[in-house]
Design a protein around this ligand. Structure first.
Ligand code: IMP
Length: 180
C-alpha cells in the first residue's frame, strides 16, 4: 500500500491515447508490411492495456506473447538489476518481433530485454513505448516508436501502477502527494 496520501492529476486523456495509437499503428503496419507473422511481446504488467489496444489497431497477422521482468516493487525507484520472471512461450528465431513497453524510464528494462531477445536471432526486432521519460535515461536506448514524451513525473493509469494500484484508470495521470 502507498505510504502517503496522493491525488492523481490527469495528464493524457483516453481520447489522446487512442488517437496516438491509431497513428502509430499505421507506421508499424508499414514497417512490417508483408510479414507472415508479427510476434507482439508485451512487458508485463504495465503494458497489458496498451498491447490490447495496439493489437486491435494492427491490420497484420499477429501473435501475442509476454515477458515479465522484476519491477520497482512498491518503491518509486528504479533498479539496474533486471530479472526475467517470465520468459516468452514461443520461439522468435527468424520472426518479426515488436516489443511493447509501458514506460521507458532509466531504460535498463528495455535494454536488458532487447539484448536477450536479440540473442535469439529474430528476423526484425522493433520496440514501442507508450511513454518516454528521456530525462531519466541511464541505458543507451530509445524505443523505435514513442506514444508520448513526458517530464520526470511518476505516472499511473492505462495499465501503469503505483504499488499495484490505479492500473484501471482509463487515462494517464501524475501522482501528487498531499498531506494526510
Ligand atoms: P526502467 O527500467 O527504469 O526504464 O523502468 C521501466 C519500468 O519502470 C516501466 O516498465 C514501469 O513498470 C516502471 N516505471 C517507470 N516509471 C514509472 C512511473 O512513472 N510510474 C509507474 N511505473 C513506472
Amino acid at each position: 500500500m502507498p505510504q502517503h496520501a496522493y491525488v492523481i492529476d490527469k495528464m493524457i486523456s483516453a481520447k489522446s491515447i487512442a488517437a496516438r495509437i491509431e497513428a502509430l499503428s499505421h507506421e508499424i503496419e508499414a514497417e512490417f508490411a508483408g510479414t507472415q507473422k508479427l510476434v507482439v511481446v508485451g512487458l508485463l504488467r504495465g503494458s497489458f492495456i496498451f498491447i490490447a489496444d495496439l493489437v486491435r489497431e494492427l491490420d497484420l497477422p499477429v501473435e501475442v506473447d509476454f515477458v515479465e521482468t522484476s519491477s520497482y516493487g512498491n518503491a518509486m525507484e528504479s533498479s539496474r538489476e533486471v530479472r526475467i520472471l517470465k520468459d516468452l512461450r514461443g520461439d522468435i528465431e527468424g520472426r518479426d518481433v515488436l516489443v511493447v513497453e509501458d514506460i521507458v524510464d532509466t531504460g535498463h528494462t528495455l535494454f536488458h530485454v532487447l539484448h536477450l531477445l536479440q540473442s535469439r536471432r529474430p528476423h526484425k526486432l522493433r520496440t514501442i513505448a507508450l511513454l518516454d521519460k528521456p530525462s531519466r535515461r541511464e541505458a543507451d536506448i530509445r524505443a523505435d516508436w514513442i506514444g508520448f514524451e513526458i517530464p520526470d513525473e511518476f505516472v499511473v493509469g492505462y495499465g501503469i501502477d503505483y504499488a499495484q494500484r490505479n492500473r484501471n484508470l482509463p487515462y494517464i495521470g501524475k501522482v501528487r502527494f498531499v498531506q494526510d
